[in-house]
Design a protein around this ligand. Structure first.
Ligand code: 7MF
Ligand code: ZN
Length: 876
């Protein structure tokens, strides 16, 4: 088999032919669906007159190809390497094709497939070629008319993009619906859903007074889980009108929930398709975190209607154009509803742990890559999260108002077009007059810039000098990096806890300013500063960088108490805890007792005793740095020492502050009925952090509190928090019955069973891996369902570091076994699941050898392009 070849951005050529109108007819059948396509094709005036027509297709059984009604002879076309090439075509013509596809055997879940009782599609990025012959690239945009024919009984509901324009009965118990989508779109936004579905209806009146029908389609048993998504949708529609002036542009907007889905959701025009895990919710089955996640995803997909659909990507190298912008938009939406500092803490924590790790590993890539083997592998944290951080930096550089003028102009100017990252950034440069040339490096350079800051105080002149240097480490294929434009938001906190007025060159900047770091090293002098001022740097995580500054523990405690920026109060607490934990790890390695720094205990005592107006932030401050974030700090990662020291720190905090945690636990009990409101969520978050410390103390009393909370059975947030504590405790007599009861009670609900799987396999105890193998045979598990795989295998390999990295290599072997099986069934999921196995570079030699061994074993298989690309990079 020939090795898969890379595709380069520099090889981009505009399409020789465009399709103005696409007419599709689906004759649905589980094993043999017939797809007729009628493409109205015109040669692009700038392409050469004799250009061949090239279409993509994968796994199609071709029955007929005709041009202007004339069937082609076999000598008139070629099919090679997933392409249909017709050398001679007229300037303008109609291409008719007829193919047969098999949705039932489609386990990759790309193109048209069967999920339970329904047919559904996923076409982004290159799934449409599995449906019919087509120029499957985002710069070919057509108006689609789609007729879906199905069995009246088995598929009473037949959906596609746009508006239904005709429906009727057919012989043999069949019926049809014809849909027309008036907005030209690339094939990746095509969607079809058919099955026995129930509908929840609502409506939304747009700012110009048009009434839009809203429909949420689910299987009957899920009707009780639709309220939250519908409410979230209406909030998102309103927000996009207010924040961006964007109105919805069809009379109908539909969301469908499906059980088998590779990712969270998909923004198909007028017909968003959602993984049921990303849309279905009610208080009994869904935690607060998931309520918030659903709200964000519903908004994200809706926002794509402008940032992605009306203005789309020229090619897949530009993926971050739509994804980075849309994530920035959904983040802003979420912070307008829930605690803004907590949203920022969560997003920054995700960046700093998982995205930084990606950027430092073998699959590191720029936000706009210049080559790839398999584009599905590039739906990464770098594209989404770092891409959003870049847009956030732009909005801060320009200011909110100018940014809004820029986005207005961008949507207006490029409406209906497929464009590049440059088009977005140049529009922002145009409206602001800013020179964004250096800023563009954020899209081109991979790797996380490292900022090293130091300060110097001149007591005589009362001057505080801050020096910041930057350096971006080499990444695969990019040895040398140039300095980037890094906005560093900062302030100075005086010894008395008051903010210092920032005076640079005689000019006042208030108490909070943005320093523009553009050189390899730069210096700023603040005048009129008293001794003892503490710098607060990178407020609000103003740039996606690592920052080092030699803060003392007293200075960190000072920032934790007084910093005006909620994000940096949290960050100071994390840094303080990190120093304490690293000290304990060092003690452990010297075979000494791990004693927790008294200053951290005192800092926590302060946090627990001082009344605070933002309890949601307080809850985050009480969480110790994650094992992943601790590992990010280490040159050589010691998996067991990290886990042991963090665990010991939690226990010692619990021992020293038991009464404080207990009173926080009691003070945050709720009497009113559950609602996913910010206030209630803050209370539950704080209460459940407190409970986790109480249980860590080891007192039976605390475990009984957890059991009582579990048995009170008020809402899934509290039940799941309590269940996790019981199931992760050493007390099998408490954990096992709870797990058993939960599994029986929720056996009928696969989304709750996913929580049940994840809770069990994230146990720190040594039997976690055996539980994974055992649960893989559980009737509720299926390797073919991506949610089940993520809940069982993903949770174990990504959230149970001590057990995944077992020194006998069993964790690695288990993951490799799963990846080998998934490689055949579902390459996209296989390539996602394999990632933890590629992160071996900073581990000890023994583990490195074991992990490479498993990667080699995978490489010996007949690999999909997806897995091939990741394994090659990991072993390079
Ligand atoms: C919020 O981006 C943030 C990210 C592609 C599929 C959804 O709309 C999407 C799709 C992947 C990974 C993450 C997300 C999505 C996809 C996503 C969803 C909600 N265009 Br792959
Ligand atoms: Zn998206």
């Amino acid at each position: 088999m020939a090795e898969p070849q890379a595709i380069y951005l520099s090889d981009y050529r505009p399409p020789a032919y465009h399709v103005d109108k696409t007419e599709l007819t689906f004759d649905l059948d589980p094993q043999a669906t017939r797809v007729r396509a009628r493409l109205h094709v015109t040669r692009h005036p700038e392409s050469e007159a004799q250009a061949a027509l090239t279409l993509h297709g994968h796994g199609l059984t071709t029955e007929r190809i005709a041009i202007d009604g004339q069937a082609l002879l076999e000598s008139e076309y070629r099919i090679e390497a997933d392409q249909l090439i017709i050398d001679q075509v007229p300037e303008t013509f109609v291409l008719d094709t007829e193919v047969i596809i098999d949705p039932t055997s489609n386990t990759a879940l790309e193109g048209l497939y069967v999920s339970g009782p329904m047919f559904c599609t996923q076409c982004e990025p290159e799934g449409f070629r599995r449906i019919t012959w087509y120029p499957d690239r985002p710069d070919v945009m057509a108006v689609f008319t789609t007729t879906v024919i199905g069995d009246r009984q088995r598929q009473p509901v037949l959906l596609s993009n746009g508006n239904p324009i005709e429906r009727g009965e057919l012989p043999d118990g069949r019926h049809f619906v014809t849909w027309e989508d008036p907005h030209p779109k690339p094939a990746y936004l095509f969607a079809l859903v058919a099955g026995s579905l129930e509908c929840v209806r609502d409506s939304f009146t747009t700012m110009s007074g048009r009434e839009v029908a809203l429909e949420l389609w689910v299987e009957a048993q899920n009707l009780e889980k639709t309220d939250w998504a519908m409410a979230s949708l209406k909030r998102a529609m309103k927000w996009d009108e207010e924040a961006y002036g964007r109105e919805y542009d069809l009379d109908l907007f539909m969301i469908v929930a499906v059980d088998d889905f590779n990712m969270g959701a998909m923004e198909n025009k007028g017909l968003n398709i959602f993984n049921s895990a990303a849309v279905l919710a009610n208080p009994q089955t869904t935690t607060d975190a998931t309520f918030q996640r659903i709200e964000g995803i519903v908004a994200h997909e809706y926002f794509h209607n402008w940032s992605g659909n009306r203005v789309t990507c020229r090619d897949w190298f530009q993926l971050a154009l739509k994804e980075g912008f849309t994530v920035f938009r959904d983040q802003s939406f979420s912070s307008s509803i829930n605690s803004a500092p907590v949203k920022r803490i969560e997003d920054a924590a995700l960046m700093r742990t998982l995205q930084f790790a990606e950027d430092a590993g073998p699959t590191a890539h720029p936000v706009r890559p210049d080559h790839f083997i398999e584009i599905s592998n590039f739906y990464t944290l770098t594209i989404y999260e770092k891409g959003a951080e870049i847009v956030r930096m732009l909005s801060h550089l320009l200011g909110e108002e100018t940014f809004r003028r820029g986005s207005d102009l961008y949507f207006e100017r490029f409406d209906g077009q497929a464009v590049r990252v440059e088009d977005f950034v140049e529009t922002m440069a145009e409206v602001s007059g800013e020179d964004l040339t250096q800023f563009m490096r954020w899209y081109a350079q991979a790797g996380t810039p490292q900022l090293t800051a130091r300060s110097d105080y001149d007591a005589e002149k009362r001057r505080f000098t801050l020096t910041i240097a930057q350096q971006t480490p080499p990444t695969p294929g990019q040895e040398h990096k140039q300095p980037q434009h890094v906005p560093v938001r900062m302030g100075l906190m005086a010894a008395d806890g008051q903010p210092v007025e920032l005076i640079i060159n005689g000019e006042s900047h208030g108490t909070d300013t943005v320093l523009h770091l553009r050189e390899a090293e730069q210096q700023w002098v603040f005048e009129n500063v008293d001794a003892g001022a503490v710098p607060s740097l990178l407020r609000g995580f103003s740039a996606p960088v690592r920052l080092e500054y030699p803060w003392s523990r007293d200075e960190l405690s000072h920032l934790m108490r007084f910093d005006e920026d909620g994000f940096n109060r949290w960050d100071a607490t994390q840094r303080l805890a990190l120093i304490a934990i690293e000290e304990m790890m060092a003690a452990h390695q010297r075979n000494e007792l791990m004693a927790l720094d008294a200053r951290l205990i005192e800092a926590f005592r302060y946090l627990l005793r001082e009344p605070t107006d933002d309890r949601a932030v307080l809850a985050e401050m009480l969480r110790l740095p994650s094992e992943a974030w601790i590992a990010e700090q280490q040159r050589r990662v010691d998996i067991d020492a990290i886990h042991g020291a963090r665990r010991a720190a939690i226990e010692q905090l619990a021992d020293n502050l038991f009464p404080e945690f207990e009173s926080v636990y009691h003070a945050n009990q709720q009497s009113e009925a559950y609602a996913p409101t910010p206030e209630q969520m803050a209370s539950r978050s704080l209460k459940n952090v407190a409970l986790s410390y109480l249980v860590a103390n080891g007192e039976v009393e605390a475990l009984n509190m957890a059991r009582a909370q579990y048995e009170a059975d008020d809402n899934m947030t509290d039940v799941r928090a309590a269940l996790t504590l019981l199931a992760h405790s050493d007390r099998a007599d408490l954990g096992d019955p709870a797990i058993r009861a939960f599994g029986e009670r929720w056996a009928h609900d696969s989304l709750v069973m996913d929580q049940w799987f994840a809770t069990q396999v994230t146990r720190p105890q040594a039997d976690a891996l055996e539980r994974v193998r055992f649960l893989m045979d559980h009737p509720a598990f299926s390797i073919k369902n991506p949610n089940r795989v993520r809940a069982l295998i993903g949770a174990f390999t990504q959230q149970n570091r001590v057990n995944f990295h077992r020194l006998d290599g069993e964790g690695y072997r288990l993951l490799a076994d799963v990846v080998i099986e998934l490689n055949r069934l579902n390459p996209e999921i296989a390539a996602r699941m394999i990632v933890p196995l590629t992160r071996y570079h900073r581990l000890d030699e023994k583990r490195q050898a074991l992990m490479r061994g498993e990667l080699e074993r995978i490489r010996a298989e007949n690999l999909s392009r997806n897995v091939f690309e990741v394994v090659e990079k990991a072993l390079a």
